[in-house]
Design a protein around this ligand. Structure first.
Ligand code: PAF
Length: 278
C-alpha cells in the first residue's frame, strides 16, 4: 500500500489508475480503524479496482470543547489493518494540505443537517461537508463509501454531492456491531469496562423502540419510552431518540415508508450514537 501525504501525489496516483480504465473508491476516515472501517474498504474493493483510504482528524468538524485533542490515533496500527484489507493507497495529509494558507471556504448546511446531531453538535456537518467536498475534489474518486452508523452524516453528504454537482457516487455499508450489538466506533475506546457493559443498552433500547414503531406506535410514545429506559440504564443525558425518514431525513410521528430510529446519549463523558432501520 502506498502512503501519500500531499495532494499532488494523490492526484497523480488516481489519474494513472483512471487513465488505465480503473475505477477508484474512496474511504474517508478519521483513523483508529476498526472492523466497521474495514467493511468500508471491502465494499470499496467490490465497487472499484482501486481503493484509497484517507485518515484525517478533521478540525473543522469539532467544536472547541470537543475531543479533537484527545481523539484516539494509531497510524501504525491503521496502516497494518489497511494493508491487510487490500487497500491500495492511504492518503494521510497534515492539516496544512487539507486547509492550506489562504483557505477561506465554509459550507453552511441546512436540510438534513438540521436537528438531532445538527442541534447537539452545530459545527459538525459544515465541517464534514467541507472536508468531504475537498477529499472528493482532491481524489477525483468515482465512488465514496460511508458507514450507516452515522446515518445523518450520510444524508448530509448525499445532499452536498447533489447540490454541488460533485461527480462521485455515494455508497453505504450497514453498521458493524460487537457480539453484544454495540455499534463499533473509534470513540468506544473512551469507555471503561463498566461503561462498556452499559453502552450496549443504547442498541437494545433502540431495537425495542424500532419494534414498537414498526408495530404502529407513535414517535412520541416509542421514543419517549426509549429515552426513559436509557436514563434508567445509567445514561446521564439523552440528547435524543427520534424517528426520521430514511429518504429525506424528515421528521415522522408515525412510520410511513422507509425510516430509521436514531439515538444519542452520554455515558459519563462519552457520547454514543446509533441508529436502526425500521
Ligand atoms: O465519519 C467520519 O469518520 C468523519 O466524519 C469523516 C466522514 C471521515 C469526515 O471527517
Amino acid at each position: 500500500m502506498r502512503i501519500v501525504r500531499d495532494a499532488a501525489a494523490l492526484a497523480a496516483a488516481v489519474s494513472a489508475w483512471r487513465a488505465a480504465g480503473e475505477r477508484v473508491a474512496l474511504v474517508p476516515t478519521m483513523g483508529y480503524l476498526h472492523e466497521g472501517h474495514l467493511a468500508l474498504v471491502a465494499r470499496g474493493r467490490e465497487l472499484a479496482q482501486r481503493v484509497v483510504a484517507t485518515i484525517f482528524v478533521n478540525p473543522t468538524q469539532f467544536a472547541p470543547h470537543e475531543d479533537l485533542g484527545r481523539y484516539p490515533r494509531d497510524e501504525e496500527g491503521d496502516i497494518a489493518k489497511l494493508e491487510g484489507a487490500g487497500c491500495d493507497l492511504l492518503f494521510a495529509p497534515p492539516v496544512e494540505v487539507m486547509y492550506p494558507p489562504g483557505f477561506a471556504t465554509r459550507i453552511v448546511m441546512s436540510g438534513p443537517a438540521e436537528g438531532l446531531e445538527g442541534t447537539h453538535r452545530p459545527q459538525m456537518f459544515s465541517g464534514v461537508a467541507l472536508v468531504c467536498s475537498r477529499l472528493f475534489g482532491l481524489s477525483r474518486a468515482d465512488v465514496a463509501v460511508f458507514g450507516e452508523k452515522d446515518w445523518q452524516q450520510v444524508m448530509v453528504i448525499r445532499r452536498v454531492v447533489e447540490d454541488l454537482a460533485i461527480p462521485i457516487a455515494i455508497e453505504t455499508v450497514p453498521t458493524v456491531r460487537a457480539a453484544d450489538g454495540l455499534a463499533l466506533s473509534s470513540r468506544n475506546a473512551y469507555l471503561d469496562a463498566e461503561a462498556r457493559q452499559k453502552a450496549v443498552e443504547l442498541y437494545r433500547v433502540l431495537t425495542h423502540a424500532a419494534e414498537r414503531l414498526k408495530a404502529g406506535a407513535t414517535a412520541t410514545e416509542a421514543c419517549g419510552e426509549a429515552e426513559t429506559r436509557l436514563r434508567e440504564a445509567g445514561f446521564r443525558q439523552v440528547d435524543y431518540v427520534a424517528l426520521r425518514s430514511e429518504l429525506d431525513f424528515s421528521q415522522m410521528e408515525k412510520r410511513i415508508g422507509p425510516a430509521r430510529a436514531l439515538g444519542a446519549a452520554w455515558l459519563g463523558q462519552v457520547r454514543l450514537i446509533d441508529n436502526l432501520v425500521i
